[in-house]
Design a protein around this ligand. Structure first.
Ligand code: GDG
Length: 466
């Protein structure tokens, strides 16, 4: 079996025992163990200058190869172009996009530096799998160094509609960089369709069957590979974790009230202000809910060096304070807003205790929290998921209460409906969702993508076209 080389912005080192490893990190680590290979990326450390070679840490059959980033590079590549230009663009937030030549150059420079540090670690038969928007140009940079391996790219975020992408100065560079891969993967059909439109209409590209695309002098494939979770493992974790002290304390603190739970990185794509407004509206309009429901929003801080994220935090603190100031009783705090992370098993137990999972991103590539919430439920007495139609997960979880995350009234109504839903309907909806979550595991996702990549011819095996 070919070795697998995974490249992502951040590498989760085996020494990370924080218990906060996300599902994706677990899935990638598992794939690497099965194939043996290398996980390459940023160490998370900042130095005066970006490393020119990787530091290697070995654990079993996997080598973890990391580089430190220089201060200026980090500011321009990560906080700058990746998170202040591409992230808002990919989430349809044109008004938030900041574009400067400096950050664009920094983004390209860091991708080139990563390629330079990676090349000496590659063997000719390695399957190379690049992840996410931080690293779009990496494949083209590797090709520039003569790397002829099969190289795949998976985009975890949405891919925007053509008219949105066109707003990005020099967007052609991104599309041409994506055509340097052999296999490009997206979360949903929508994303693939949008990408195909861009290749066909903005780049004079061509397609024979909708998946094989030709542009910029290369032929490559693009497909849909929705990411999943290990549902059985998550269900087991949740069932066992409800007995832990953290879970018992939460349950006791509710004194019989229903719990609504939200779990999201503190990010403007996750729709938190509208979600808070919907809860406010539920309490304002429905006397019967006052004192009977608690909403707990877990929102660990993320990207705090980007001003828009700090601004979002300020705004949410104000709204949370207003809601509690308006509705709280001496023995009831309606909204519990926690800016910190929890170990994975604690989260799993919290999901299981919650009667409603509230997942209302304005746009989301997939949203794993939605799938985790479903997997964590007690089959005998499952909770109900209220889910944004603009999360990739809505494609598979259509038995959730689907809402438009811009429509506060609709979210508030869905909350009221979820809180009052009879057990028979909850069970029926949950069974349909659980089947969807189980049938598309993280293992399926990984295997489908790698099989598709493996099926491509290596660049070196192709007959010369001249
Ligand atoms: C990107 C795309 C796509 C959250 N808080 C804690 C914690 N988490 C975990 C969740 C979940 C993960 O983080 C978040 O995944 P999401 O999918 O919801 O969102 P993004 O971080 O934006 O991920 C997204 C994903 O990539 C995968 O392709 O679905 O669309 O934006 O697993 O449980 N985990 C722990 N403590 C926390 O406090 N342990």
């Amino acid at each position: 079996m070919a070795r697998l080389v995974v490249i992502s912005n951040r590498v989760t080192l085996p020494s990370d025992r924080s218990g906060s490893t996300g599902g994706l990190a677990v899935g990638l680590r598992d794939a690497l163990r099965r194939h043996s290979g290398v996980w390459f990326g940023w160490s998370g450390k900042v130095a005066d200058a970006t490393s020119t070679s990787a530091r290697i840490e070995k654990a079993g059959r996997v080598s973890y190869a990391t580089i430190d980033l220089g201060r200026v590079d980090l500011a321009q590549y990560y906080n700058g172009y990746a998170n202040s230009t591409l992230w808002p663009l990919l989430h349809y937030r044109l008004g938030l996009i900041e574009f400067t030549s400096e950050t664009y150059d920094g983004y390209k420079r860091v991708n080139a530096a990563m390629a330079r540090a990676l090349v000496p670690l590659l063997k000719p038969d390695d399957l190379v799998w690049v992840h996410d928007y931080h690293l779009i140009p990496l494949g083209a940079e590797l090709r520039g160094f003569g790397v002829a391996n099969r190289i795949g790219f998976f985009l975890h975020t949405p891919f925007p509609a053509m008219e949105v992408l066109e707003a990005l100065p020099r967007y052609e560079g991104l599309l041409s960089a994506m055509s340097a891969y052999d296999q490009v993967g997206f979360q949903t059909e929508n994303d693939l369709r949008a990408f195909r439109d861009c290749i066909l209409h903005l780049c004079n590209g061509d397609t024979s069957d909708g998946e094989a695309l030709t542009a910029f002098g290369r032929t490559f494939r693009a497909g849909v590979f929705p990411i999943g979770i290990d549902a059985a493992e998550f269900a087991e974790t949740a069932a066992a974790a409800v007995a832990l002290p953290d879970a018992s304390r939460l349950k006791a603190s509710l004194v019989g009230r229903s719990l609504i739970i939200g779990v999201d990185r503190l990010d403007y794509s996750k729709g938190l202000p509208n979600r808070f407004a919907a809860f406010d509206q539920l309490l304002a309009r429905r006397d019967d809910q006052r004192g009977r429901v608690t909403f707990m929003q877990i929102a660990p801080r993320s990207r705090s060096d980007v001003p828009q994220y700090r601004e979002l935090r300020r705004r949410l603190e104000q709204v949370a304070g207003r809601i509690n100031g308006r509705f709280a009783d001496p023995d009831w705090t309606p909204l519990r807003y926690l800016n910190k992370g929890f170990p994975r098993r604690t989260l799993a137990a919290f999901y299981r205790i919650a009667r409603v999972g509230l997942v209302t991103p304005l746009r989301d590539g997939m949203n794993l929290v939605a799938k985790e919430y479903v997997a964590a439920q007690d089959p005998a007495d499952p909770g109900i998921l209220v889910l944004s139609r603009f999360a990739g997960a809505a494609r598979e979880l259509d038995a959730a209460l689907l809402v438009n995350p811009f429509d506060i009234d609709e979210i508030a109504d869905a909350l009221a409906r979820a809180l009052a839903m009879p057990i028979a309907e909850r069970r029926e909806r949950w069974a349909a969702m659980m089947e969807a979550v189980q049938s598309n595991s993280i293992g399926n996702w990984r295997d489908r993508f790698l099989d598709a990549l493996q099926a491509q011819a290596r660049v070196a095996d192709l007959a010369p076209t001249l």
